[in-house]
Design a protein around this ligand. Structure first.
Ligand SMILES: *Cc1c(COP(=O)(O)O)cnc(C)c1O
Length: 388
């Protein structure tokens, strides 16, 4: 397979100026991330700081209702309340080993910015977060969190004043200050080597799940279900099971309002092939290649692209991809709150919704693991507006 490609997807579709920092990062990955010294440090941070291993929890009431076992992989219990910290701690530690004192990040809804600011504070790095000016206004809480953690939030006033413009600003900064900065990308997207780097840090979810499955029910899960925005929590739990063909892997995208011409975020199931943020993947675009606005009630799924490895897993048939609507996700959100005492993130609610809406496809008595990527406290404003 060609370097940085997953089948026909991935690669490095970037301006020449971005090649030197990408090559430096690739070299550092090979030299540092696989070294014993780094792996020991990282494992210790994951256990003592992030709070891993996260539990595998049986849904006692829902399992009884549906007739098979629904297990939740509890990333909501990781420090800062989601899986994003696995990646930002890994990249912050890498930056430290590379001798770079400053972490750069871009953020839309603010969750990745908070996770990056957290990792930077924990490891004594500076942190600069670029955020579209519109998002800065909409996400005042997360801006305050980042500032409390010592990060500098820079509002970006160009273009649509959202994530895309923040990404461009952060990349410009990285090119200009390569010697002192590391660009901390938030999902398995972007040019090589980012999809591989972020995946490597998130596979801890899948490795733990494998061991816990054997402990709790004496074998591998029959199915693993995860929501897909950029795709990092899903690839993290899928990847250690790729060779186990008997384990069904299901990625769940956001169908938005679910009406024929509505905005949604289902890049794999409803998108077309193209290049976005430096990689060949599938994305939401018009026939002449303009990126279309995406929509989901879950802020973390609201992205017009997806990580290239997922497109490869779909085309090769190893994983299947489906979509659920905002309303279905909200139904699952409510069910988990009321019946299990867990308030899930709206993103994670999409994964659970697929299971609850398709109980006929699972054998009675089988074991289905849902990756509960995050907790829902961050979504209470959205829930309040919807008046549920
Ligand atoms: C950011 C986020 C996601 C989406 O990102 P992926 O890279 O697809 O995992 C999903 N769930 C939660 C809780 C998030 O914060």
């Amino acid at each position: 397979m060609q370097k940085g490609y997953y089948g026909a997807f991935g690669g490095q579709f970037v301006p020449e100026l971005l090649m030197p920092p990408l090559e430096e990062l690739e070299e550092a990955m090979a030299r540092i991330v696989r070294s014993r010294n780094f792996l020991t440090d990282y494992a210790q941070l994951l256990s003592d700081y992030v709070g891993r291993a996260t539990p595998l929890t049986l849904c006692r009431t829902l399992s009884q209702e549906v007739g098979f076992n629904i297990w939740l992989k509890r990333e909501d219990l990781a420090h800062t309340g989601a899986h994003k910290i696995n990646n930002t701690m890994g990249q912050a530690l890498l930056a430290k080993h590379m001798g770079k004192p400053i972490l750069l990040a871009e953020t839309g809804a603010g969750q990745h910015g908070v996770a990056t600011a957290t990792a930077a504070a924990a490891l004594g790095l500076e942190c600069v977060v670029y955020m579209g000016a519109t998002d800065v206004e909409r996400q005042a809480h997360n801006v305050r969190r980042m500032e409390l953690l010592g990060a500098e939030v820079r509002p970006v006033h160009s273009g649509t004043k959202t994530l895309k413009d923040a990404t461009n600003a952060a990349l410009r900064h990285w090119i200009a200050e390569q010697g002192t900065t590391h660009y901390c990308l938030g999902s398995v997207v972007g040019p090589h080597p980012f999809p591989e780097l972020v995946r490597d840090f998130q596979t801890v979810i899948g490795h733990e799940t494998r061991q816990q499955s054997v402990e709790k029910f004496g074998g591998l899960p029959d199915a693993i279900v995860a929501c897909v925005g950029g795709g990092s929590n899903a690839i993290g739990i899928f990847h250690p099971f790729l060779e186990d063909r008997e384990v069904r892997l299901v990625g769940v995208e956001a169908a938005g309002e679910g009406t024929p011409d509505c905005y949604h975020s289902a890049s794999i199931t409803k998108g077309t092939e193209g290049v976005l943020h430096g990689a060949k993947s599938r994305l939401l675009q018009t026939p002449d290649g303009q990126i279309m606005p995406s929509h989901s009630v879950a802020p973390g799924l609201d992205y017009p692209g997806v990580g290239p490895e997922h497109v490869h897993l779909e085309t090769s048939g190893r994983a299947e991809y489906v979509s659920v609507t905002d309303d279905q996700a909200l139904g699952a959100f409510r069910a988990l709150c009321r019946k299990e005492g867990i308030i899930p993130a709206l993103e994670s609610s999409h994964a659970l919704a697929y299971v609850l809406e398709n109980i006929d496809v699972f054998e009675p008595g089988s074991n289905v693991v849902v990756n509960l990527s995050g907790r829902g406290d961050k979504d209470l404003g959205i829930i309040a507006e919807l008046d549920l």
